[in-house]
Structures are given as structure tokens and as C-alpha cells.
Ligand binder design. Structure first.
Ligand SMILES: [Zn+2]
Length: 269
């Protein structure tokens, strides 16, 4: 055993290369099993090697890898530098750089992955509530708003309800385009000032991730999500997905969705 350190870092590469005899391998493995520091080095080296060989792969890699890299860097800082150590450090740094590149690529993939719709719908609501999402048309006239959506290139037939009976006043709407689809967005204000937003877009609710709860009412299935401080209720009407979002109590959003849902209109002709 090397006298300068109780750790086995110098032997980890030899272990990974299969160059240790049985006795040495057993000693190193025993040490790795109880020393987090050396185990971090082993993982960093292993992941570094793997990333050099195969490029990026694992979804679960970043968190582990970041922890391993940080542990190694911490250790680097405390480490004394002999000539042998310097050579090893250069090699280790190369692995760390490769591992860091893997983290960055994985992160970029994660960040550019399309946002899921419940999150997007929640964000639109939050933005509107904060005054950062302007309406393209301010109107209390549902028919005028439907005409506006058609003029703006929304291909499906929107159905802007008059919710005056439920004491919600139509404020107007906007066309939201996330690149994948156009969504008709329209909002109502309740008596108490609370906001209710509706979105309609061409799509399938079956493409959504698993909801928090599923409710059934009549012939409809409602998928209920929670995001931010809001409830989102999705349901299918023909080829169109409808969503209601609000920060009012969850059950009220669900009940409004029950009231709004209806069979799609018969095709024209
Ligand atoms: Zn150790």
C-alpha cells in the first residue's frame, strides 16, 4: 500500500483497466465500498471513459455526474502535487472535461425539449395574470372573438362560450403559437376578479402525460393537472383539445369544465 495516502485513487485506473492482481483488486474494491471520495473518483473516471467512447446517453447521468465531478474537484484542491500526481491529474482533468461536456449536452437536450402542455398552459395563465401576455383582441363579444380566431389562421372551429350565466365576463383573446401548433387563448374575469383562461388547440389528450386525477362527466373524460397555483382541466372535443385554467379552487375549475364541455358540432354540410 502506498504510504503517502490511505486512499486508493492511484490504483483506480489500474482497476478499471483490469491490471491489478487479485489481492490488490480486492483491497481497492474493499476501500471503494466504504470510501465515498475514492468511489466518486471511480465513477468520474468510468463516466469520462464511457463518454469518450460512446458519446452522450443516459438521461439519469447529469445529477450523478455533477456530484462526482464536484467531489473530484474538491479533492483536487486538497491534493499535493508530485510529478506522478501531476501526470495523473492531467489525465483526470481530461476525463472531467469530457464528463462536464456530457453534462452540458444532456442539459441542453433537457432545456430544448418541448415544454409539456399543462406546464405551458399554466405559464400562459401566470403571464396573463401578471400583465405580461397582452390580448390581441379585447372584446366581450364571443362571436366577434371566434371570427377573429378564424381570421388569424386558427383552422378549427373555436367555441367561445358566453359564461355570463356563471358570472364570468369575457375579456378577449389571443392566438398563441409555440411553433408546434396554434392555440386559441381566451380569458374571462369573475365577479371576484379571479381569472379563468380557456385554450383550444388541435391535438389529442392522449398525448398528455399522466394527469393528477381523471374525472368523468357525461360522455367526457377530464384530465386534471396542477401546476403553479392553478388547476388545468383538459378534455377532448372532436379533433380539438380544450383546457380550462384558473387559480380558483380546483373543484370549481372542474365544474366549469363540466359545464363548458359539449359534443363537437356536426360537420357543416
Ligand atoms: Zn479513499
Amino acid at each position: 500500500m502506498r504510504s503517502e495516502s490511505p486512499h486508493v485513487r492511484d490504483e483506480i485506473e489500474e482497476l478499471l483497466d483490469g491490471r491489478l492482481d487479485d489481492a490488490a483488486r480486492q483491497r481497492v474494491e474493499t476501500h471503494l465500498a466504504r470510501c465515498e471520495e475514492c468511489e466518486s473518483v471511480r465513477r468520474a473516471l468510468l463516466l469520462g471513459r464511457e463518454s469518450l467512447r460512446t458519446g452522450v446517453r443516459h438521461e439519469s447521468m447529469p445529477e450523478d455526474l455533477t456530484a462526482a465531478v464536484i467531489a473530484v474537484l474538491d479533492r483536487e484542491d486538497r491534493r499535493s502535487e508530485g510529478p506522478r500526481a501531476a501526470a495523473q491529474n492531467r489525465r483526470l482533468r481530461l476525463y472531467i472535461a469530457a464528463a462536464a461536456a456530457v453534462v452540458l449536452v444532456a442539459l441542453a437536450v433537457f432545456l430544448t425539449r418541448p415544454r409539456d402542455l399543462p406546464a405551458l398552459v399554466a405559464e400562459n395563465y401566470s403571464e396573463f395574470r401578471a400583465g405580461r401576455l397582452p390580448l390581441d383582441l379585447e372584446t366581450a363579444d364571443a362571436v366577434a372573438l371566434e371570427r377573429f380566431f378564424a381570421d388569424r389562421g386558427v383552422r378549427f372551429r373555436t367555441r367561445v362560450l358566453d359564461l355570463a350565466m356563471m358570472r364570468y365576463q369575457l375579456l378577449g383573446g389571443a392566438v398563441l403559437d409555440d411553433g408546434a401548433r396554434k392555440r386559441a387563448f381566451f380569458v374571462y374575469r369573475g365577479e371576484d376578479g379571479r381569472l379563468l383562461a380557456c385554450q383550444m388547440y388541435e391535438g389529442r389528450v392522449s398525448d398528455l402525460r399522466a394527469p393528477k386525477t381523471v374525472r368523468r362527466h357525461g360522455d367526457f373524460t377530464f384530465l386534471v393537472f396542477r401546476a403553479n397555483d392553478q388547476t388545468q382541466v383538459f378534455w377532448q372535443e372532436g379533433d380539438v383539445v380544450c383546457v380550462l385554467t384558473s387559480d380558483i379552487p380546483s373543484e370549481e375549475v372542474v365544474q366549469l369544465a363540466f359545464a363548458k364541455a359539449m359534443q363537437p358540432p356536426a360537420p357543416p354540410g
